[in-house]
Design a protein around this ligand. Structure first.
Ligand code: AMP
Ligand code: ZN
Length: 435
């Protein structure tokens, strides 16, 4: 099913014509209403009239997170506060939080886009959605909530945390779908099992997971633990919140970006050069329909690739493949670039290991060091010959890390349940170099 057949299946040519029309409008509007854009366009020697084709956008300057911080809290708003009906702030995945605002119309569009996501996941008004994204300043909770109501589903506004209660509600209310971070889904599954609940026997059939990077292997783990179909959803508060892009249940292979609302570019994170679509690089968005907080060429720092091939579901919007990491959390270990998600892909699914891990980065002299701590399973931990088996596992992991990623890491297998569990976004990297 497609929520908005007309806009989600627009032929590319019509879609691009619509994008150009909207782009010209938004660029002109920010130039005349937001001091920051007037200054930065003037400095770059460009004006809204220069936009004749979509490619002309490449001459315009990028907007970066620091620009949002410099204009904290409301300096980039393009409408008077009397037209703003909602404020959110980013969870501060990295650094200080940034503030975003929405007009009534912005909320309507956001609501529709999250509605599109739920329909793409195969949900209808007959579903009960357990929403365990955090409610509050974080966009996840309210964003998913409005979208779920929009399609007429019954929402359980659970928010994050209070895991035992969540498990009780999952059993008693029988939701058919759940929304949360992938790491929290695993946490729920684990705690449920510990409480003696058969988490595979719940009524859940679909899980909509996002807000942090995860891997295909982790998808497998979650699907096994909760007996559901797991789908990927993407968004960021600066651009809107959840619902910028969503996987369709037909292919489950990359998230359709709602391109009638967001223009996407891929750039080289080092040079800023625009790369041909389909190349791996940093994802840059321009909002095409937002009123209160439009952003022009916003550098997300998320590294991924676009998939341009037509999709079986009939949507014409390009797909965003899994985020492999953020250009700002890329670790450079003795000259080798590596993202936490690549390390996860090596770890998850190995027999005897749990999908809970932590990366500790430090520096010895001038060299960066990486220690990977992973939990072993109860069975492994309690088994006879425990020390020998653990040593063997550690050795083979060190080898895998070298073979697959080219990095030299220390590996430390730790006791079951010793790594801190997440309630929202997992924090997997402890960087001791900054301390
Ligand atoms: P926030 O604005 O606090 O919601 O954080 C947005 C950031 O979360 C994005 O820029 C991504 O780095 C990350 N993120 C959101 N959804 C996903 C996803 N499905 N996969 C990987 N990372 C994601
Ligand atoms: Zn599709």
């Amino acid at each position: 099913m497609i929520y908005n057949e007309e806009f989600e299946t627009l032929p590319r040519e019509a879609l691009e014509a619509l994008q150009l029309k909207r782009l010209r409008q938004v660029v002109a509007r920010v130039y005349h209403t937001v001091n920051f854009y007037k200054k930065s366009f003037d400095k770059a020697g460009v004006s809204p009239d220069d936009l004749r084709t979509l490619n002309d956008l490449q001459r315009f300057p990028f907007t970066v997170k620091q620009d949002l911080r410099d204009n904290y809290p409301f300096g980039l708003f393009a409408v008077p506060m009397s037209n703003v009906v909602r404020l959110h702030a980013s969870s501060g995945t990295t650094g200080a939080s940034t503030v975003v605002g929405y007009t009534k119309h912005d909320i309507e569009i956001w609501t529709e886009l999250v509605g599109r996501c739920f329909v793409a996941a195969g949900l209808t008004k007959n579903d009960i959605i357990h929403n365990a994204y955090g409610y509050g300043l974080f966009t996840g909770g309210l964003g998913a909530h409005y979208g779920a109501e929009k399609i007429g589903a019954s929402v359980i506004p659970m928010s994050g945390g209070n895991t035992k209660r969540q498990i009780m509600i999952l059993q008693d209310f029988g939701p058919t779908a759940i929304c949360c971070t992938p790491s929290y889904a695993l946490n729920l599954a684990e705690q449920g099992r510990a409480m003696g609940v058969d988490m595979r026997a719940l009524k859940l059939r679909v899980g909509i997971f996002g807000a942090e990077p995860w891997s295909e292997k982790m998808r497998g783990e979650i699907e096994k633990a909760l007996n559901l179909t797991a789908l990927n959803i993407y968004g960021l508060s600066e651009i809107m919140g959840p619902g910028v892009a969503m996987e369709c249940s037909e292919e489950r292979n990359g998230m359709h970006i709602y391109e009638d609302n967001f223009l996407v570019e891929t750039i080289d994170p080092q040079t800023g050069e625009v790369l041909p679509p389909g190349t791996e690089g940093e994802i840059v968005f321009t909002t095409l329909t937002k009123e209160a907080f439009p952003l022009i060429r916003y550098r997300t720092r998320d590294i991924a690739r676009l998939n341009l091939t037509p999709c079986r579901c009939g949507r014409t919007h390009y797909r965003l493949e899994r985020i492999v990491g953020r250009s700002d959390d890329m670790l450079i270990i003795r000259g080798v670039n590596v993202f936490p998600s690549q390390i996860e892909a090596v770890l998850v699914g190995i027999d005897g290991l749990e999908p809970y891990y932590q990366l500790i980065v430090d520096r010895e002299g001038t060299l960066d060091t990486l220690e990977v701590q992973v939990e072993v399973t109860e069975k492994q931990f309690a088994g006879a010959d425990e020390i020998k088996v653990i040593q063997r596992l550690e050795k083979s992991l060190i080898k895998d890390m070298k073979d697959y990623l080219g990095i030299t890491a220390k590996v430390k297998l730790v006791e079951p349940k010793s790594i801190q569990r997440s309630f929202g976004k997992a924090n997997r990297v402890i960087d001791k170099r900054k301390i």
